[in-house]
Write a protein that binds this ligand. Sequence first.
Ligand code: NOJ
Length: 896
Amino acid sequence: MGKPCALAFFLLLFVNCALSWKKEEFRTCNQTPFCKRARSRNPGFCSLIATDISISDGDLVAKLTPKENIENQENKPLILTVSAYQDGVLRFKIDEDQSLSPRKKRFEVPDVIVPEFLNKKLWLQRLTEEKNENGMGSLSVVYLSDEYEGVIRHDPFELYVRESGRNGKRIMSLNSNGLFDFEQLREKKEENEDWEERFRSHTDTRPYGPQSISFDVSFYDADFVYGIPEHATSLALKPTKGPGVEDSEPYRLFNLDVFEGSSGFFWLNAAEMQIDVLGRGWNDEYLMLPSDQKRIDTLWMSEAGVVDAFFFVGPGPKDVVQQYTSVTGTPALPQLFATAYHQCRWNYRDEEDVYNVDSKFDEHDIPYDVLWLDIEHTDGKKYFTWDRMLFPNPEEMQKKLAAKGRHMVTIVDPHIKRDESYYIHKEASQKGYYVRAGTGKDFDGWCWPGSSSYLDVVNPEIRSWWADKFSYGNYVGSTPSLYIWNDMNEPSVFNGPEVSMPRDALHYGDVEHRELHNAYGYYFHMATADGLLKRGEGKDRPFVLSRAFFPGSQRYGAVWTGDNTAEWEHLRVSVPMILTLGLTGISFSGADIGGFFGNPDTELLVRWYQLGAFYPFFRGHAHHDTKRREPWLFGERYTELMREAIHTRYMLLPYFYTLFREANETGTPIARPLWMEFPADEKTFGNDEAFMVGNSLLVQGIYTQGAKHTSVYLPGDELWYDLKTGTSYEGGTTHVLEVSEDSIPSFQRAGTIVPRKDRFRRSSTQMENDPYTLVIALNSSMAAEGELYVDDGKSFEFKQGGYIHRRFTFFNGKLTSSNMAPNTAGQNKFASDCTVERVILLGLSPKPNNAIIEPANHKVDIDLGPVLLRGGTTPSALTIRKPNVRISDDWTIKIL
Ligand code: NOJ
């Protein structure tokens, strides 16, 4: 059915502000000169033509020259380079011509594109010339893959990807509406508003004049675009400009990627970015575009940098994510503990508080894996220190938690207290490691500790120095069970413009902050993760949670969606936010359970735990002004409900961990929009209240108080089985379901097998040797399949084959376990004696009585049992008890 939908995904760094900070502290597009200028241009504005087109070093190279006023000094020709990469990725760069000695080299973001991607370059050899569709003007065509090619229209300049062949359909294009503009660096000749910009009480200098870039990108056959986690109230993006669209702001980004249903677009640029999604008919008078293909047009505007952009051809949504993560890297595989439940609060006051919270979890039979300490644990917000009055024995404290298989996380922010007695500050200032103000002095801004400076982590030497600070010797009081939380790394500067750093601050290589703002937090995250890696001599997988992120952040750890509020609406928007992050490769994300600000009522808190148990990153967190809200504080009934929600996550940990590995290998997110699994089902395109966890589970949050019923759309034409009761529901239908307080609607898709661990312990670590339950949900062909990935949950041995990866297949009345791991030498490095203790069969009829286990050839009974061991469900599911086959072995269970 062609291309049913368009996906857009946009990354945003300023995650904490969108939901809760004061609007007037942030600029609108009209108050942002580059955005205002770009938005006011009309279609056809661009007068560039492509000339001197040739193949050089395997790339297509061309000049983009203004058609008129070629003499104009400020409009020198630009250089366009187009490169093709394996798997359908077309990259293009546009920059000033270095041979014409521009005032300086504009900033290109290093360290994001993974080296393996560069090795996938296809060496272009041939340029085919063609006449334009209307027979007028010329096109140059290059090979991209057997199915697609890249096309450059010379006059006016346009770049697009089309299906191969003269009449091939367009997939996506650049500058089809003639909005391309590239402000070249200038010498100051006269005093005017080009050389500085003001906002509220702040003035930023612009020593190179305006240097923004803007252009239009069109997505063909597109019905929907998706993206921008922190701003979207819905997953599908609404137009921001066009007929019938009330004039609204563009989506404001610090970085962004767009994906179209079966194709995608990504602009690697670290400056402030704004994007308009242009409503149909926005350019009706402009007749340059083919009218036989529907389109969604978008306008991309960035304050600085260069054009370094990528078209991804898909063809499926998962292909697009895979192509995108082939450029920016796939997510790191976290340690197992990090995929379990985290308990955070600003602040757990002192050691006594920590011990008390820790023991209450045990007392109430609630598992948890990580206890977090926020800024107050430090001595005066000096990171790597402890307030020794409150935390006299941090090592002992961590060891006591570790004895139960638990971990601790402490916060380490990038602002450094300007205190001469603080060793980090002393060293950093002596070595000149701080970001400099436009004046050349160390930038001094206000943050938690008061007067602070910010490490220039863009510099690799400084990152390495920072990473060393995490060694056990340097970070006194740290132990191997301690991991790190990076906050305020946008960077947040309380007295700076828009609560951040002035744009004229200077980084390594004299790069202005305006050129790399969005990448600052990424570099800090990277340096911290490297620190944990170094600390463990490269053997221990780091865990670092970061608030700011950028393309590539997925390689360094988890992110969360920033400061939300204890409101139902914030519970609801957490889903599109997390889904969008997953589309941008950042699969390990979550929202603060319960809402950071404010006090959730018990019902909201319970609903949040029930939904959060399915977030990839599952952490309860709260502001210091809120009432305590640990799960046992609301009476036994509510403790029970929150316990059940957390237990659900622990039970599903084997499934989640298998998905984390899939993300690590392919980039495919853990939490997925329904359309990622059902791209042909149009009813899924606008749905952002439900989501898939992997390919097997569908979860629908409850987002209103006192809900008695909810509508759940179950896609596809197979059945779905209620996770709790095993009751089946038809696919392709919206069901109106009764809602109970004890769970949110969640289903297993027919045709899948989900591995679980049903015995409940204090932490994930303690579950290591527990046996598995396999839940088999049969489809209409009485078949199902699933996977299980297991490794030591900690080290990098998996990279050398130290893991077990099984495929379970049910077909023809037989459940078979087979090896999915390649037969490499290292494969036996990881051994497990874990067995399968239960197999639950959903949808099998008529009821069989026994099964035979091969190769051992022993017979086992099939009885009715509960779908969940806890939660009080009636025994209604066919259950094979104690087949006791080992998960590392090949075996077959034959139903008799
Ligand atoms: C802001 C963060 O978003 C929040 O999670 C944290 O608790 C506070 N900073 C204090 O560190």
